[in-house]
Design a protein around this ligand. Structure first.
Ligand code: FES
Ligand code: FES
Length: 150
């Protein structure tokens, strides 16, 4: 068994240590927010926070997450929508939604470190998050709005 903390709860996984963290979250813990799209570290749809830093959970073996703190998109709305989530809603930014859990986890971390970003900085922060619906401008608008209303 591998012990780890997920969204503030102590959890134990029966999966092998090389199992991608993404699969443990989705298939064992039924936290299906993080999406399996490329499984190659390319698209960012599987992004979660590991000890507070965004990571591609498809590339993190469970063993590397042992004893560490994982936060998934499910935790963002624990007390109602986060400011960023509300801004995405207000800007009608979500299309198919596959990229959004990753977008939110990346931007949540980015805005924590960069509370007053420029448009170019938001775009650069999203370099590792691919939206195949290509709705980038509204996503950037929403991130800037969320920063302004903080
Ligand atoms: S599914 Fe992990 S980066 Fe694409
Ligand atoms: S909203 Fe469809 S991939 Fe981004």
């Amino acid at each position: 068994m591998t012990a780890l903390t997920v969204n503030g709860e102590e959890r134990a996984s029966r999966s092998g240590p090389m199992t991608p963290l993404l699969d443990v979250l989705r298939e064992e813990f039924f936290l299906t927010g993080a999406k399996a799209v490329c499984r190659e570290g390319f698209c960012g749809a599987c992004t979660v926070h590991l000890d507070g830093e965004p990571v591609a959970s498809c590339l993190v073996p469970l063993g590397a997450a042992a004893g560490r703190e994982v936060r998934t998109v499910e935790a963002l709305a624990a007390g109602g929508l986060s400011r960023l989530q509300q801004a995405m809603e207000d800007h009608d930014a979500v299309q198919c939604g596959m990229c959004f859990p990753g977008m939110l986890m990346t931007l949540t971390d980015f805005l924590r470190h960069t509370p007053a970003p420029t448009r170019a900085e938001v775009k650069a922060a999203l370099a590792g998050n691919i939206c195949r619906c290509t709705g980038y401008e509204r996503i950037v608008d929403a991130a800037l709005d969320a920063a302004r209303s903080a």
